[in-house]
Design a protein around this ligand. Structure first.
Ligand SMILES: [Mg+2]
Length: 220
């Protein structure tokens, strides 16, 4: 019997190489606002979090209560940065092909909005592959974003697969913790912005390249 029936892909940093772009842009925006946060701080504190969780943590760090729409004035810069520069993560389309040919279901579960995923997955040609199987922490059924397990449990329930038959592919510690707390197997992609040692959470299988992923999740 196969070990898994469903592979749940995080979006940013796993399917598309967007984290690098967003971290750079956020460092720029924070500098403009006079907030002393480096790229390393941004990676450690925010990568993988939902917008609302990020806003709460950012409010704490800068000592200012930030409104829900504090970043509305930057929407265009985010959109342009992604639209002009985002690429698929190297080898991920081929990895998905192999995983699906082996008979496993796939879906996407992201802290980002559907709007953002339509942009990044659309630009990189991955959107149509996941039609109807894209889940966001902004979905009304998802009470708490990553690192809570809610989003992954929601995705698995909608696809109709039990948590212990799910493999989650993530590039952030917050996402990996969410997967483990959901009772799923967690695979940490170390080819992104987060240093490998921060992905080394007990129970997580770390891999460096998308070509290494299919054998990890399709083996029996
Ligand atoms: Mg990610």
């Amino acid at each position: 019997m196969r070990r898994f029936d469903l592979v749940i892909f995080d979006c940013d940093g796993v399917l598309v190489d967007s984290e690098r772009l967003i971290v750079g842009l956020e460092a720029e925006i924070f500098r403009e606002r006079g907030w002393p946060l480096t790229e390393d701080d941004i990676i450690r504190e925010f990568v993988g979090l939902s917008d609302s969780a990020m806003r709460a943590r950012l409010s704490e760090l800068v000592g200012e209560e930030l409104a829900d729409d504090w970043d509305a004035e930057y929407t265009d810069r985010y959109r342009r940065t992604l639209a002009e520069n985002v690429e698929a993560v190297a080898g991920v389309a081929a990895a998905i092909d192999i995983i699906e040919r082996a008979g496993l279901a796939t879906c996407v579960a992201s802290s980002g909005s559907h709007h953002k995923m339509a942009l990044t997955l659309g630009t990189t040609g991955l959107l149509s592959r996941f039609e109807g199987r894209i889940f966001s922490s902004t979905d009304p059924e998802v009470e708490r974003g990553k690192p809570a397990p809610d989003l992954f449990l929601h995705a698995a329930a909608r696809i109709g697969v039990a948590p212990d038959r799910c493999a989650v592919v993530e590039d952030s510690p917050f996402g990996l913790i969410a997967a483990l707390d959901a009772g799923m197997s967690a695979f940490g992609f170390a080819g992104g912005v987060t240093p490998t040692h921060r992905l080394a959470i007990r129970g997580v299988t770390i891999f460096d390249s998308m070509t290494d992923l299919p054998p990890l999740v399709t083996s029996t």
